[in-house]
Design a binder for this molecule. Sequence first.
Ligand SMILES: [Zn+2]
Length: 107
Amino acid sequence: MSSLLIFCRDCGKQVPSSQTKNGLCVECQVRHSVADLRDEHARLWRKRERYRSQNANVEQIGRQIARVEDRMGQRIKELVSNDREAADHLRRELEAARGQRYTIKGV
Ligand SMILES: [Zn+2]
């Protein structure tokens, strides 16, 4: 069985054309679709750190973070029909979102 390989126009990875949309591989599609939510997640996460250091109530922010994570999961599921793969993508995006605060804090 032959499958046409093309280069993703964002990350440059070679992927089967059947898995691309608008020239983007699945990973890049996911990254683009949740980009704004990932920024929102990082913002809330930093806010929670700040509140926590002031011994303020962080329960509400925790709920907001959970909601953003849910929305990321929903968007990913629209792109990735396979549940297990969708979960993998979500995990990677969340790790990246949480990792952003380390970059910012310089830890
Ligand atoms: Zn790509």
